[in-house]
Design a binder for this molecule. Sequence first.
Ligand code: ZN
Ligand code: ZN
Length: 305
Amino acid sequence: MLIRTAPTGKTAPRLINDLLDHDPRYSAKTGRNLLADPAPKFRGNGSLPARKSPSECRHALMKKEHQTNAPISNDELPDELTEYKVAAYCSTCLYHFDITVDFWQRKDRQAPCHLSDEFNPLHHLRLVKSTNAREYREKHGVNKYDTVTEAHRFVCSGEKCPLVVDIKISPPRLSHSILSLILDTSKMDMRGRREIKNDPDRYQGLPPVKPLQALGYLRQYLYDAKGAKSRTDLKKIARRNKKYMLAFADECDELFEYLDFIAVQDDALEPEVSVFHVLVPKHFADIHFQGGAQLLLAAAYHNGR
Ligand SMILES: [Zn+2]
Ligand SMILES: [Zn+2]
């Protein structure tokens, strides 16, 4: 594990601003890390390099409500049991951000910085540890729902402040090539027109499906799968289904496989339908959805508008 120490730190507002400007896609190329590196010293006009290039993302973070436990108001005071977590994704670059704020690990410190404290009004955060993607994989194993691009731990330098901040950055869950299967309007239109042409009587009066409709179908499949308590409770997706055929046909198998749906033969279906596979989720465990599959889709939904 790479241990990085910074002799200087950043106040909390500065850290947040650096987080919003730090684009992990460019760190490896430029060798600098806006979030983890200490702020450069100002030594007069022209002494500082550009903060970032225009192509780097200024993240527009969308909160994942179900994975977030944040203070309800600015006046809320943490106690020795408090742990806040904000889970978010960027609606532009689709990277995920988990920010955990912990007040109980450093028990010898009992007085968090506070605006009313004239000596320690703001947290001042120092980097104590960074983990890259390879180190994270070696420690936690390979898991497509838990991949990390980089992770950093900061502690507050306030003498009595117990604050520990962990920031985990994860890559987009689905590649652009997979997402384009349902977000590319022309692909969707061609798919729908082809299916209608192949069987005009069956699809009479039905137009090709638009990306937003396809995302809506997919989201419903995921919620149904998440809500199933047992195998018998599962809602199966008949691939012969008109809606499915117009939206996905046979071209989106990679997407469904990524989301852990598997194709099975269902003998219980009507004979004329039984030759077609149905899709069912491989597992029922919530872990698939904690990984943010449906939230990723929400991001894609947002992105596709
Ligand atoms: Zn972004
Ligand atoms: Zn502090």
